[in-house]
Write a protein that binds this ligand. Structure first.
Ligand code: SAH
Ligand code: SF4
Length: 409
């Protein structure tokens, strides 16, 4: 099922009104207090108002200053005159037969109204015991992993912290995850699950966030850090750091800072156990080869048996799926508290790769399991709406070269 919403008219009107205002979404509490101070508040009141606003934005999901009942009418007007609580526009929302949802979100930059908007995809995957939101960190990707659809799209730009958080806020709204929200009715499709975790116990639809959408998060480090710190802050979106996973293709110098400063769970897109093959599949390997990558993993702050690194391994027929590969994988990871996630390759138009057969994947998993690693095979979700791993790619690519160059600055 696919619903396409054409919000262009309303969006353009809002856009005209937005000129000159800046968004408060994605600011740290300190930055928010500074922005409020600029409207004439003293430091103490600015701090107090900043806490109230955080609560309205992240806990209650309010986008209209008028609804902020503990803020006086006069200051509500000042806020509306100067600021926005930006959310992405929904260009389309698709629901897979398995309940997976994919949104195409459009972002405009209020500070640069002449810039063309950008579009990215965000995916929600409901399961029995959890609901996982897969978010993007960049529009496109500078890396060119040969099996990844996103990798065929050139980088358009980094997403800001507010845009990264905007994906979570908009998804929570659509899934009825804010206080007083109602669940979407899908005429008999799989309902949003009730998972556990988060500050509202088992009532949240989104219990986990994975940064596994478009882009390489560690190449947009500062914005990703700021967004994930707000997502995990108890006064922010209040998701436990253990329920947030950042996946990287292996930007080695940023791995230790990510653990120390953000403290979320780490996933590594490994995909090959020899440098010659990984150079081809995940070209960043030429810069930071396997040994350096695995040394950085061993040194990941907070690593323990209770906080393991997930190694993602895409199953490519006759490329990386032999018994010898499985045995080498086990040998390479020795001593690292690890989980291995085997991902059946998801095809996309124009790819030369095939997915390994299910018997090959089972045999590979058996070898890894026998060595004592949990190695769940990731069930492909949302393939019918092109929402599975590595299938995301945005329409932004259709922009003219001139527009893209303008966006890239
Ligand atoms: N850029 C980051 C995060 C996004 S990709 C990274 O590479 O880790 C999320 C995961 O999907 C990665 O492990 C990626 O290698 C994998 N992936 C990419 N294309 C895929 C495809 N066609 N089929 C299956 N998995 C894919
Ligand atoms: Fe970029 Fe990750 Fe795709 Fe590689 S797998 S091209 S790093 S999004």
């Amino acid at each position: 099922m696919s619903i396409a919403l054409n919000l262009d008219h309303a969006a353009n009107a809002a856009h005209r009104e937005a000129r000159g205002k800046s968004s408060l979404v994605g600011l740290s509490r300190t930055e928010l207090a500074v922005a409020l101070g600029a409207t004439g508040l003293d430091a103490r009141e600015a701090r107090m108002r900043a806490s109230q606003l955080w609560n309205w934005i992240y806990h209650n999901g309010i986008t209209d200053f008028e609804r902020m009942s503990n803020i006086g009418k006069g200051f509500r007007r000042t806020l509306a005159d100067n600021f926005l609580l930006d959310r992405p526009e929904i260009v389309s929302e698709q629901v897979s037969t398995d309940g997976t949802r994919k949104w195409l979100f459009r972002f405009r930059d209020p500070a640069n109204p002449n810039m063309p908007p950008v579009e990215i995809e965000t995916v929600y995957i409901p399961e029995e015991d959890r609901g996982t939101l897969c978010i993007s960190s960049q529009v496109g990707c500078t890396l060119t992993c040969s099996f990844c659809h996103t990798g065929t799209q050139m980088l358009v730009r980094n997403l800001s912290a507010g845009e990264i958080l905007g994906q979570i806020l908009m998804a929570r709204e659509r899934l009825g995850d804010f206080p007083g929200g109602s669940r979407p009715g899908d005429g008999g499709l799989v309902p949003a699950p009730r998972g556990s975790g988060g500050s509202e116990g088992d009532s949240r639809a989104i219990t986990n966030v994975v940064m596994m959408g478009m882009g390489e998060p560690l190449y947009n480090y500062d914005n990703v850090k700021q967004a994930l710190l707000i997502a995990s802050d108890e006064a922010g979106i209040s998701l436990s750091r253990r329920r947030i996973t950042l996946s990287t293709s292996g930007v080695v110098p940023q791995i230790e800072p990510a653990g120390r400063e953000i403290g979320v769970m780490l996933a590594i897109s490994l995909h090959a156990v020899r440098d010659d093959l990984r150079d081809m599949l995940v070209p960043i390997n030429r810069k930071w080869p396997l040994k350096e990558l695995l040394d950085a993993c061993r040194a990941y702050p907070g690593l323990s048996n209770a906080r393991r690194i997930t190694f993602e391994y895409v199953m490519l027929k006759d490329i990386n799926d032999s018994d010898a590969d499985a045995r080498e994988l086990v040998r390479l990871l020795a001593g690292i508290p690890a989980k291995i996630n085997l991902i059946p390759f998801n095809p996309w138009p124009g790819t030369n790769y095939d997915c390994s057969s299910s018997s090959r994947i089972e045999r590979f998993a058996d070898i890894v399991n026998a060595a004592g690693y949990a190695s769940p095979v990731r069930t492909p979700r949302g393939r019918d709406i092109f929402a599975a791993c590595g299938q995301l790619k945005s329409e932004t690519e259709r922009l003219s070269r001139k527009d893209r160059e303008a966006l890239a600055g």
